[in-house]
Design a binder for this molecule. Structure first.
Ligand code: NAD
Ligand code: PPY
Length: 353
């Protein structure tokens, strides 16, 4: 591995640790602490290489900086990646418990410069362990004194984003509209339930057959995961992994709106221009999926009630309306307008709260 993955990054600190006993490789990337301690979840999965794991942590940490700034939360951006020696579902409980303890040691070493939370491959129960052993984890389960999973709040925020992006595209009701959801995990399944109540025609894809079967019971039809990007929709909702929409996909995708939960869904900000040129309304991911961060930071740092959290999640709609308005007025993409909004907040320094 070369050091290019480190020298090409603009973040504040990137720490790495390999543990021989477990075979796990731990990365904590602190992108920015300019608005407060860095925060962002812990992703645990198998990677093709350690360089891929480092690059993923760095990209995700950068997205957290934008998310916190756009949501006006008093935190910086960070992310942890645990590159597992095998896929997550092949890691037994004893090994996983040991891996969590090592991650907790790493969090304790950073001593509050970085706070973690759940992400793909980790749960509220894992946050209970990390918090008990380090003191620096958001998103503990309610029985352990935490605010519980961030996924329902993320889904609620994604749904608000879908509605506002659809309105920007001239779609004012989801009744009979084709909503295509990629990824039926904690967030995607909740989004499906919300859209179902509004009478949408639901189409969904997941690599997990049980999750697909559940979506069918909720009234969805299923497409093969490999065919998602060829399936026409009114609203496309990516809720699996990032890096999905590159220039080729942006040129071919048949939808009016893209709004989902996946982090870093565009391979490059310029892809936002490609979508805009085709008249596809894109809700920038770091705004559309900020409901979970609002839930965790709102409840655990700012002391908000569940009602206050809900009101701030509704505020995602107003933020997107501003972004769409700026994009229209300036002849720029919504992605660029959102990046400009976050950059202005970061330049202004700390949060007003
Ligand atoms: P999850 O792990 O519960 O669900 C992801 C789902 O995607 C799984 O069901 C998985 O089987 C499926 N999947 C993976 N690859 C796929 C493919 N190629 N095609 C179709 N399905 C595929 O994760 P989640 O908590 O629902 O989060 C979804 C996305 O949203 C992630 O990218 C996550 O980083 C992002 N996100 C989540 C939150 C949150 O609060 N949970 C907050 C912000 C962003
Ligand atoms: C995300 O929103 O992508 C996360 O990683 C969740 C999160 C948000 C805020 C603090 C910790 C984790």
């Amino acid at each position: 591995m070369t050091v290019d993955v480190l020298t090409s990054w603009d973040g504040a600190l990137c720490s790495a640790r390999y543990d021989r006993e477990t075979g796990a490789f731990f990365v904590i990337a602190l992108h920015s602490r300019s608005r407060g301690p860095a925060a962002g979840g812990t992703r645990a999965r198998h990677y093709g290489s350690y360089a891929d794991a480092i690059a993923d942590a760095q990209r995700l940490a950068g997205a957290m900086t934008l998310k916190m700034a756009a949501a006006d939360l008093p935190m910086g951006g960070g992310k942890s990646v645990i590159a597992l020696p095998a896929p997550r579902d092949e890691i037994d409980d004893v090994l996983w418990r040991r891996i969590l303890s090592i991650h907790a040691e790493n969090l304790a070493t950073l001593n509050g410069s970085y706070w973690t939370g759940p992400d793909v491959g980790t749960s509220s129960a894992d946050m209970d362990v990390l918090h008990a052993e380090s003191g620096f984890a958001f998103g503990r389960s309610e029985s352990a004194g935490g605010p519980g999973s961030s996924a329902p709040s993320t889904a609620q925020g994604v749904y608000v984003a879908m509605q506002h992006a659809a309105a920007e595209a001239g779609i004012h009701s989801f009744e009979g509209r084709r909503i295509l959801i990629q990824g039926l995990g904690a967030v995607g399944m909740d989004v499906l339930q919300l859209a179902r109540k509004d009478g949408a025609e639901l189409i969904a894809a997941d690599v997990d057959e049980e999750r697909c079967a559940r979506a069918v019971r909720l009234g969805a039809s299923i497409v093969d995961p490999a065919e998602v990007l060829d399936t026409p929709s009114d609203v496309f909702v990516p809720c699996a992994m990032g890096g999905l929409i590159d220039a080729g996909v942006a040129a071919a995708i048949r939808t009016a709106v893209v709004a989902g939960a996946a982090n870093n869904v565009l391979t490059d900000p310029a892809v936002g221009d490609d979508l805009a040129r085709r008249g596809i309304v894109y809700a920038p991911d770091f705004i559309a999926n900020s409901g979970g961060a609002i839930h965790l930071v709102g409840r655990e740092v700012l002391g908000w009630s569940t009602e206050e959290v809900a009101a701030h999640i509704d505020g995602i709609g107003a933020t997107l309306d501003d972004v769409f308005g700026t994009a229209r007025a300036g002849g720029i993409s919504s992605e660029q307008a959102a990046l400009d909004l976050a950059a202005a907040r970061l330049a202004a320094g700390g949060s007003p709260r």
